[in-house]
Ligand binder design. Structure first.
Ligand code: NAP
Length: 267
């Protein structure tokens, strides 16, 4: 059990010598009600910029992603002292890693307030059905499974928030019909997965409607990242602001909506 959590704990407070000290320090930070955001796909692109924004605004961050080495690199650049962040190995296609996340957080004394389901893929080449299957697994099933696995944990926070990083390319209102603004776009795997993620957001918002958990889908706009490419009009940090805004909505805000850079979007 201890070994299982060693990776997460080792990087939480790298200068401390005893495990008990590390855990009690983590518990102290909970006592002072600091907020923590877990961001998937936090090693690059929008996830990395969102992590920067959360840290700049006084949040602690759990950088989650597939490569611990990549996560450790970015964590060191944003939090050189290693006092405000942790890293967590989390492949969104790994059911076992997703299911063990709450246990790992709790063993490390970390309470998260915000879950940002940011990790995503945009299959462009290869067999279209294989691409669709992988996009659904990564972009939808992974995000839903992580949200449900963490729901009891999140409900221990005072103002839990979940942000589903979706896309206008998943909006029927923006893409379907010849006069829709994005009518010319046709990326089967990606657009189908984001449309499904949008409906998953609607269903999850209904499921948690009687709780303080607020869950919304967002579109960051077309941003310059590995996925968005160099021609995108928006920077990754501009896109990350939409994530941050949805993650910090005050109590009583709408849940189950689709938020873009200019406000509410059509599904
Ligand atoms: N950029 C845009 O214009 C744009 C517009 C609308 C929506 N979005 C959405 O914004 C989110 C972030 O996109 P981005 O532009 O930052 O893309 P990106 O630069 O390609 O980054 C994608 C991130 O997702 C991670 N990821 C992919 N598959 C994963 C898996 N199975 N498990 C865990 N992590 C995984 C990647 O990790 P690795 O480094 O390990 O691959 C990387 O950290 C995505 O959901 C995307 O659909 C982007």
């Amino acid at each position: 059990m201890f070994k299982k959590h060693a990776k997460l704990l080792r990087v939480c407070c790298p200068r401390d010598s005893s495990l008990l000290t590390k855990i009690s320090q983590r518990k102290n930070h909970l006592t002072f009600m600091e907020k923590t955001a877990l961001i998937t796909g936090a090693n690059r692109g929008l996830g990395l910029e969102a992590a920067r924004l959360f840290l700049e605004n006084g949040y602690r961050v759990v950088f989650a992603g597939r490569s611990l080495a990549a996560l450790e690199n970015v964590r060191r650049s944003l939090d050189p002292e290693g006092t405000k962040s942790s890293i967590l190995e989390l492949d969104m296609t790994s059911s076992s890693q997703i299911q063990s996340t709450p246990e790992q957080l709790e063993a490390a004394g970390i309470q998260i307030d915000v879950l940002v389901n940011n990790a995503g893929i945009f299959p462009r080449d290869g067999d279209p059905v294989d691409g669709l299957s992988l996009a659904l697994h990564t972009n939808v099933t992974g995000a839903v499974a992580l949200t449900l696995a963490l729901s009891s944990h999140l409900l221990k926070a005072l103002q839990p928030r979940v942000v589903m990083v979706s896309s206008k390319l998943g909006s029927f209102g923006r893409c379907a019909g010849s006069d829709a603004p994005l009518a010319e776009k046709s990326f089967l795997a990606y657009q189908t997965s984001k449309a499904a993620l949008n409906m998953a957001t609607v269903c999850l918002a209904k499921q948690f409607a009687a709780t303080p958990l607020i869950i919304n889908a967002i579109s960051p706009g077309w941003c310059r990242t590995d996925m968005g490419g160099d021609d995108a009009p928006r920077s990754a940090s501009e896109g990350a602001k939409v994530i941050f805004q949805a993650a910090t909505l005050p109590a009583g805000s709408p849940s189950g909506t689709f938020i873009g850079e200019d406000g509410i979007l059509p599904w």
